[in-house]
Write a protein that binds this ligand. Sequence first.
Ligand code: SF4
Length: 428
Amino acid sequence: MRRVAFHNLGCKVNAYETEAMLQQLEQKGYEIVSFEETADIYVINTCTVTSIADRKSRQMLHRARKKNPDALVVAVGCYVQADKARAEADTAVDLVIGNDQKSRLAELIETHANATLDINATRSYESLHISRSTGHTRAFLKIQDGCNQFCSYCLIPYVRGRVRSRQPENIYEEAARLAENGCREIVLTGIHLSSYGCDFDGAPMGEHLKDLILRMAEIPQLSRIRLGSLEPRVITREFAEALRDCGKICPHFHLSLQSGCDATLKRMNRKYTSAEYAEKCRLLREVFEHPAITTDVIVGFPGETEEEFEQTRAYLEELALYEMHIFKYSVREGTRAASMPDQVPEPEKTRRSAILLEMSRRHSEEFRAWYEGKNVELLLEEEITQDGEPVYVGHTREYIRGTVPAGDHHAGEVVVIKAEGLTAAMDL
Ligand code: SF4
C-alpha cells in the first residue's frame, strides 16, 4: 500500500475535485494521510485565480518535495493548465496533470505520465464522483465546469475551457448517495453555475438549474440545498419563486457584483448594469424573508477613478448586503485588463479596500442583529470547545454561524434556537 497526501488550493470546484481524486485513490487501495505527514505521493490541486494563487501553488509543490525528497510530487489543475511549461520545468514536480484529466489520476500515477488537454477544445463534462464528504453534514457537489463569459480581468475561461454541464440524472444519483451517507446539506458548485445546462440546448439561463434543484429537493433525507456563486441575470421572479416553493433552498445568494459603477462594469465586460443588479436584490428580498445576499467586489480595476469608486461605495452603502468579499485588482497576464491603461497604484487599492471592508463589517452586523431574539434553524455540524465548554456549531439557512451546548446533540441534527450573538461565517 502506498501513502498519498492531498492539498487543495482555490475554489469550491477544486475542493470537490480534490475530494473526488482522494476517493478515487482510496478505492484503488492507497492509504490517505494528512499533508503534514511523510507520504510516498503528494498531490497538489493548484489554483491560478491571482498571481498570489500561482505563488502559493508553487510553494506547496516545493513544501511537498522538501517533506520527502523521494516522493512523487504531482501538480494538478489550473496553475498547471495556465503554465504547463513552467510546471514541467519545476524541479520539485514529477508529474503534471491538467484540468479534465483528474479522473485519470490513478492511471497517470501508475504509468508516470504527464497529461494536459487543449481545454479550449474540450466539449464534454469530465466524470468525477464522490460518495461522502469530509465534513459529513454538508457536501459540495460540482455540476458544471468552464465559463463562456470572458470577463476582462479573468483567466479562468482559458484554463477551465467552455461551459460543460453534468447530466441531471448523474447529479441526482450522487446527491441521493451523499444524503444516504449522512449529508444533510448540498452546496451546488460550478465555475459559472448560472450557465448550468446552457450547453444541453437553447433553454434560457436558469431553466435547467431550476429543474435540477426541484428534482433534488425530492430527496427525503436532504434538508437543505445551497447555491454557489450566481450571476445576477439568472434571478427572475419565476426562478426565485420556484426555489422558495420547493422548501429546501437556503435563502443565501452569492451574486457577484464586482463594481457598482456602470463604466467600470463595462470595462470588466460584465453583462449587467448596477441598476439591474439592484433590481435582482430587490426581487430576492420580495420573494424571501430577509435573504442573505453576499457579493464580491474588485477595487482598483484599471481606470477606476476616485469618482467611479465613490459611485461603487455609495451604491453598496445603499444596497446593504450581508457580506462582501473585497478583492484588490491583481494583474493576470494574458487577460485584456492586464494591458489596459491607468492601472491603479497599490496603496490606493488598499485604501479603497479598507473603506469597503469597514462597510461590510457594519452591514454584516446589522444583518445579523435582525435575528436577535427570533427563532432560527441551525444545522449542527461538529462539536468544538468554546470557552472551555463543549458546544455544537452549525449554520442557519442564511449561513450565519451559531452554537448550542453539546448535550445529546449530534452532527446532522436540525435544531431551532433563539438567536443570540450570531456570528458571521463567510467561509463557504
Ligand atoms: S464569470 Fe467572469 S469572473 Fe467568473 S469565471 Fe467567468 S470570466 Fe471569470
